[in-house]
Design a protein around this ligand. Structure first.
Ligand code: PGA
Length: 252
């Protein structure tokens, strides 16, 4: 049995003061929920204060991106060892980074390798755009993202990997995928590619999340499906009244 996993992607929201406030609103509810891995991914400037506030709880901290090099003259970038001081997780290959910041399967691949090298757990995002979906090439696109993103990654790392299937047309639009459709992509494409690359046993260990307009009122539908192991939540992770019920739904 895979342990459920729910991560909040705060994107470019929350100053440090606002982040502290949100944590105080989240903690009473989140600390009473057991049997699920909970991860919060604030912007870089709030990672340190959020990590301090979460100390002593089982709630994990993640970053939203990083560079693959250990250090160097890369103005504006953050290196894996800098994150590893405070974070256990890092979101890599989010569609907003692919669409607006030139992230490619090749750069995602270097970052996944770097994350494992530095003891970070990557949350690797894959998913097709609306045009790709309408063209009927979801399988090709997601298969390519998986194969190129994981190229050369050793089997011993794969069990801890987390993957988020996020159809781009469902992110921030309020138009979630159907739970049945998401489960089909996750089972028939994502887990199937993992099985081809690493064998059935490892493929069965990997947690695969759905992401894209997950809210308190639809999360339970997704979590009922056997291959959906949790959610990567954007907008709804910024409100305690939304995020706490989503996490609860993962264990009920
Ligand atoms: P959303 O974002 O929940 O606001 O659609 C999800 C994500 O981008 O991870």
């Amino acid at each position: 049995m895979r342990r459920p996993f729910v991560a909040g992607n705060w994107k470019m929201f929350k100053t440090v003061a606002e982040a502290r406030l949100l944590i105080t609103e989240l903690l009473p509810g989140l600390t009473t929920i057991h049997g699920v891995d909970i991860v919060l991914c604030p912007p870089f400037t709030s990672i340190l204060p959020v990590a301090a506030l979460l100390e002593g709880t089982t709630i994990g901290v993640g970053a939203q991106n990083m560079h693959w090099e250990t250090s160097g003259a890369y103005t504006g970038e953050i290196a894996p060892p800098m994150l590893a001081e405070f974070c256990k997780y890092v979101i890599l290959g989010h569609s907003e980074r692919r669409a607006y910041f030139g992230e490619t399967d090749a750069s995602v691949n270097r970052k996944i390798q770097a994350a494992f090298d530095h003891g970070l757990v990557p949350i690797m995002c894959v998913g097709e755009t609306l045009a790709e979906n309408e063209a009927g090439i979801t399988r090709e696109v997601v298969t390519r993202q998986m194969r190129e993103g994981l190229d050369g990654i050793e089997p011993h790392s794969i069990g801890s990997l987390v993957i988020a299937y996020e159809p781009v047309w469902a992110i921030g639009t309020g138009r979630a995928a159907t739970a049945d459709g998401a489960n089909t992509v996750i089972a028939d494409i994502i887990r199937a590619v993992l099985a081809q690359m690493y064998g059935d046993e490892l493929a069965e260990m990997v947690r695969i999340l759905y992401g894209g307009s997950v809210k308190a009122n639809n999360a339970g539908e997704f979590f009922r499906y056997a291959d959906i192991d949790g959610a990567l939540v954007g907008g709804a992770s910024l409100k305690a009244s939304e995020f706490i019920p989503i996490v609860k739904a993962a264990v009920s």
